[in-house]
Design a protein around this ligand. Structure first.
Ligand code: PAF
Length: 281
């Protein structure tokens, strides 16, 4: 696996590969890699010739400086995992490399997608995500970029940016990887005790309950029942739960023909903020 720390090295390498008509896949990450990330690399394998994984803890998407400081950076372990997954290129830039102008301004109209759900709880987060992802797209010019469904709103935001900026990139929405009990894999799960992990299963079981009853029960009633179920679960403190239309993420009251729906949930277990979702139809 080649490791590049500068934009120039990365671009020079990719330029020669592109001349040879190689298909490039980008897997952007912030490191602390787990099976979920590796599944993105595996997803990209049959669809591309060169897989570029980036590890960059992007400061502009954190609204709490303590969170940024505490973010895990197990680099040696990440490199081993990427090598084992047969990754071709790791892009590992510094903050100065990605943001040579610390005062750089960025704003993109995301049609309100950045102000709801996760965006409401973390103001500015999706502007920061789009800022860095746009830079990565510009540098790598991938044919395909892979993102996990676990961060569903993030993927919708990036899809919107692709349309807005007219970028010739296919976004792959890759399935959420779950442990054998159904808990969605996340770097944050490391902070849960064995009991916390059991309590956290209430999120996936509630999403499954919504999926099982979707199209059987009126949506408002189903949302209320699911929220009650979660609020009554031991050790779980609910932040939000909503059934939404997938492209606008507007909360849905009725099922409209031809539209797709997703249930989004965020809750706290043992001081760990967990998010999960399930596509319903
Ligand atoms: O999902 C993430 O890890 C990050 O938000 C991303 C897409 C790598 C941008 O920093």
């Amino acid at each position: 696996m080649k490791i590049f720390k500068t934009k120039k090295e990365l671009q020079d390498y990719l330029e020669t590969e592109r001349v040879n008509l190689k298909k490039i896949a980008l897997i952007p990450t912030m490191g602390a890699l787990h099976e979920g990330h590796i599944s993105l690399l595996n997803y990209a394998k049959p669809l591309s010739d060169i897989r570029v994984c980036s590890i960059f803890v992007n400061p502009t998407q954190f609204n709490d400086p303590k969170d940024l400081e505490k973010y895990p950076r197990p680099l040696e372990q990440d490199i081993q995992l990427l090598e084992a997954a047969d990754c071709d290129v790791l892009f590992l830039p510094s903050v100065a490399e990605m943001y040579p102008d610390p005062q750089e301004k960025w704003h993109i109209d995301l049609n309100g997608l950045d102000e709801m759900w996760e965006g409401k709880m973390r103001p500015g987060h999706f502007q920061g995500v789009t800022q860095v992802v746009y830079k990565l797209f510009h540098l790598v010019q991938p044919d395909i970029a892979c993102f996990g469904q676990k961060d569903f709103q993030q993927v919708m935001v990036i899809q919107h940016m692709i349309k807005e900026k007219n970028l010739p990139i296919t976004i792959a929405l890759c399935p959420t990887i779950r442990d054998k009990n159904g808990l969605a894999l996340s770097s944050r799960n490391m902070r849960l005790s064995a009991n916390g992990k059991t309590q956290a299963l209430a999120l996936s079981s509630t999403l499954q309950f919504i999926k099982d009853n979707f199209a059987i029960q009126p949506l408002a009633e189903l949302q209320e029942q699911a929220s009650d179920k979660l609020q009554q679960s031991d050790g779980v403190s609910l932040e939000y739960l909503a059934i939404c239309e997938t492209t606008t993420l507007h909360q849905a009251n009725v099922i409209e023909p031809g539209k797709k729906y997703v249930a989004l949930v965020t809750a706290w277990v043992e001081d760990v903020r967990l998010i999960d979702n399930m596509i319903l139809n």
